[in-house]
Design a protein around this ligand. Structure first.
Ligand SMILES: [Zn+2]
Length: 66
C-alpha cells in the first residue's frame, strides 16, 4: 500500500520521528486504517469503544494494540 492517509487524503505525508514512513497502519474491525501523524492526534478522528463509550485518538489506539 502506498503511503496514503485515509483521513486527510494526503499521499506520502512528510515522515516524522514518530511516523518514519509518513503514516501508520493498523487493522480495526477487519479494515485497514492508515493515518498520518496529524490525523492520528486529531480528536475529530477519534475512535469510540462501542461497549464503554470511551474515545481515543488513532495514535492512542495504535499505541494500545501494538
Ligand atoms: Zn492525515
Amino acid at each position: 500500500m502506498a503511503n496514503h492517509c485515509s483521513y486527510c487524503d494526503t499521499r506520502r505525508p512528510a515522515p516524522t520521528p514518530n511516523y518514519p514512513h509518513g503514516t501508520r497502519m493498523m487493522v480495526i474491525e477487519d479494515q485497514w486504517c492508515e493515518f498520518c501523524e496529524k490525523c492520528g492526534n486529531d480528536s475529530n478522528f477519534s475512535l469510540t469503544n462501542a461497549e464503554t463509550g470511551e474515545t481515543a485518538t488513532l495514535a492512542e489506539v495504535y499505541d494500545l494494540i501494538t
